[in-house]
Write a protein of this length. Sequence first.
Length: 208
Amino acid sequence: MNWRRGMLLAGIHLTVAGTLIVWQEALKWPYLKAEMASSRSASLLLTAWDGEEETVTFSPCGMWGPIPLQELIVGMGELPAATLSGWLEDCPASWTVAGVLHAGCGSNTKQTEMRVAISLCALVPLQWFLFGSFPLIRPKRWWPEPGAFITLCTVAAFILVLIPGIGVLSRLPALFAGLAWFWWLGLLVWKTLRSGWRLAARAMAHGH
C-alpha cells in the first residue's frame, strides 16, 4: 500500500475538482434560479383550439445539450465519483446521490444542489486515496500507470481552461482522461480474472 501516493493524488484532484465545481456552480445557479422562477415544473400552458387549457410537460431526460468545460473536465477526470454523485444531471439515476436527494431538472433547490456538489467533493479524494494507494501496475516510468496518466490529463485540462481564448482545447486532455478510466477498468478486470485463475489452479493442484 502506497498511502503517500494516494494522499498526493487525492490532494491534487480535490484541488482541481473543487475549484471547477465551485466555478460551475457559481455560473449555473443564477441561470437555474431564473429558469425555475419562470417555470418550476418545466411545463407549458397551451390553449387548445376549443378554448380549453392543456398542460403539456416536456421531459429533459434523453435530451442533449452543450456541456460546460468545467463540468466536462470533472466528469471525465473523476468519472467514477462523478457518476456516483450524479452531479448536474437533469435526470439522475435513483442509486446516485442526486437521485437519493431527488435532485434534477425542475426539482432542484440551491440547498440540494450544494449537497450533491459537496458529496462529489468528498467522493473525489476518497476515490483517489484508494486508487492511488493501490496502483494496478508498477511500470518503470510513472506516466504509463492509469492513475498518473489520468491525473496528468486532468491537470492539463484544468490549466488550459483557465487560459482565456484557448479554454476549448481542454476538451482533448479531458477526453483522454475519460478513456484512461476505461483503461484502468480493463486492467482491473484482467488482474481480477488472472488472480481468480491462479487461485483456481492452485486449488486444483492441491486437490490432486
